[in-house]
Design a protein. Sequence first.
Length: 172
Amino acid sequence: MVPDFAYILENKEKVRAIILTHAHEDHIGALPYLLKELQVPVMELLDIGLRARAPGRTRLLEQAELIRIQPREVLNCGDMKIEFLRMTHSIADSLGLAVTTPAGVLILPAISSWTNPSDQDMTDYARLSHYGEQGVLAYSAIARTASARDHSIRKPRPALYRTSLPPLAGLK
């Protein structure tokens, strides 16, 4: 599959950075091709950049300006604020975003699992609850099995995953 960057390139003067939420190939695979056309910083959490620099990647990734971000770090962007939130996923070092705008708060978990494979990579339920108590304008998430008829298909989980979800205080 060849990515279509037409919209991004037509609006490249508006693009300030690329935020990597996690390092699965379907999320970072096109990055070297985009960076050929668009020279902007790449924001990442912990070791995503190391994965992106795996053998076979172009030198463009080596030349990119990489900005390391941490969970709960806040980035001010004019009248918007972006907070980076730890999210559990099948790959380590995954992020979601809480974007505060004049219209309200958007929660963009990118992709997440509501089970936790380890205490180290737990979803930041405290911050999600904080935003829930304040009121969330929109929550936008990927639901890969939402179109299944009559029921959702559960992905098999390793036995070490927790089977119960902690309560999310304040979310209504």
